[in-house]
Design a protein around this ligand. Structure first.
Ligand SMILES: Nc1ncnc2c1ncn2[C@@H]1O[C@H](COP(=O)(O)OP(=O)(O)O)[C@@H](O)[C@H]1O
Ligand SMILES: [Mg+2]
Length: 376
């Protein structure tokens, strides 16, 4: 009981608490019983594939969409659901949406000053200058949005959202309009600006690596349901489902059955996790980075023939064919379906010649076993 009370009190303290929210558009169920919280000063990334309901959840939190079921609280005050309905303007939230949406006819300083109407002129000007300095654009106050690059517009949008010192900031795919190189720089800048501001932030992205880069905590959404909520390292190292395990990239996949507490895989037997009982049919996911490739020696335990190897930059990607006949010389490179064609990701430059034979070992901490049928 004490535990539950403690959690309730903590929830009422959260910068944002979404409690059992479900949402539908006509017959389309977009969100199913979603609960989450963002604490003060915390940067939480909501990550999931396109169409899974991320923007809808953000719009509900913002007050741009009416809550149909469940409730939403900001800083301990209910703002939507169960009779409450505080307007978007009254929620004290900053937003940055996908398209930045600066006012095109207003210069940068006036855009940033937009939410500061209640302050006197000198304090407004001070705050605008301070925000433009923070986002690295101190000299752009008199520029117009069309004179700025995409990255500069994004930074102005962030300055505008942060200027009124919101307790909560909602960001919807804020970097998606930027090309890859610029995106890396702008999200780095944004991370530091957000951390300095101390605002609680809920940021939506469909890019798991971007989420890992930004987040104190990740919430994985799939088909309108939360699959997992935790620190990035936990999501990566202890995925709760096959969906979460493969979110960071394609994994080598095999099927099997638990026998004697183990599952036979093409890489050899692996220990079944606690809670997956004897005789259960399972799906085994082996991350490409779990494969260790070594000299085959005389009697390799898990021989694999190199089909192709490519340098990707920071790592190398090796296509392999596994199996008892892998060590036999064969003229034709047959690319088999199923589990025998596997991929390894090796740090740095590792480009074994095509047709060479290697021995494969796997790092058990990067192997994930789920009951088969858990294909969410
Ligand atoms: N106003 C709306 N009316 C009808 N369907 C909508 C509306 N907004 C979103 N949807 C649908 O709801 C689902 C979730 O959309 P959205 O929340 O935008 O997903 P995400 O942001 O994760 O890509 C999609 O199938 C989308 O087409
Ligand atoms: Mg969206």
């Amino acid at each position: 009981m004490a535990d539950i009370t403690a959690r309730r009190n903590a929830a009422s303290d959260a910068a944002l608490a979404i409690d059992r929210v479900s949402h539908r558009f006509g017959d389309l169920h977009v969100l199913a019983d979603v609960s989450l919280r963002v604490d003060r000063g915390e940067l939480v990334c909501l990550v999931g594939p396109s169409g899974c309901g991320k923007t809808t959840l953000l719009r509900l939190a913002a007050g741009l969409e009416d809550v149909q079921a469940g409730s939403i609280s900001i800083a301990g005050h209910r703002v939507a659901g169960e009779g409450a309905a505080l307007s978007a303007e009254a929620r004290g939230i900053g937003f940055v949406f996908q398209d930045y949406a600066l006012f095109p006819h207003l210069d940068v300083a006036t855009n940033v000053a937009f939410g500061l109407a209640g302050r006197d002129l000198p304090s407004r000007a001070r705050r605008v200058a301070e925000m433009l300095r923070q986002v690295g654009m101190p000299d752009h106050g008199s520029a117009f949005p069309h004179e700025l690059s995409g990255g500069q517009q994004q930074r102005v949008a962030l300055a505008r959202a942060l200027a009124p010192e919101p307790r909560l900031l909602l960001l919807d795919e804020p970097f998606s309009g930027l090309d890859v190189r610029l995106r890396e720089r702008i999200r780095d800048d944004t991370l530091h600006v957000l951390k300095r501001s101390g605002a609680a932030t809920l940021m939506v992205t469909h890019d798991p690596e971007e989420a890992m880069f930004m987040a104190d905590r990740l919430i994985v959404l799939n088909k309108g349901r939360i699959e997992q909520d935790g620190p990035p390292e936990e999501i990566y190292a202890r995925p709760a489902s096959a969906f979460v395990a493969t979110m960071f990239g394609q994994a080598n996949e095999a099927r099997g059955q638990v026998r004697g507490g183990r599952v036979d895989t093409p890489f050899g037997p692996v220990v079944a996790p606690a809670g997956v009982g004897e005789a259960t049919c399972v799906q085994v996911l082996v991350r490409p980075e779990a494969l260790r490739l070594m000299d085959a020696g005389d009697d390799p335990r898990c021989p694999a023939k190199v089909i192709a190897a490519r340098l990707l930059g920071r790592s190398s990607w090796v296509h392999l064919c596994l199996g008892p006949d892998a060590s036999e010389p064969s003229g034709a490179l047959e690319l088999e379906g199923g589990h025998r064609h596997v991929h390894a990701r090796v740090p740095g430059r590792f480009l074994p010649p095509e047709g060479s034979i290697l021995n494969v070992e796997i790092d058990p901490s990067q192997v994930f076993i789920f009951p088969a049928g858990d294909t969410r």
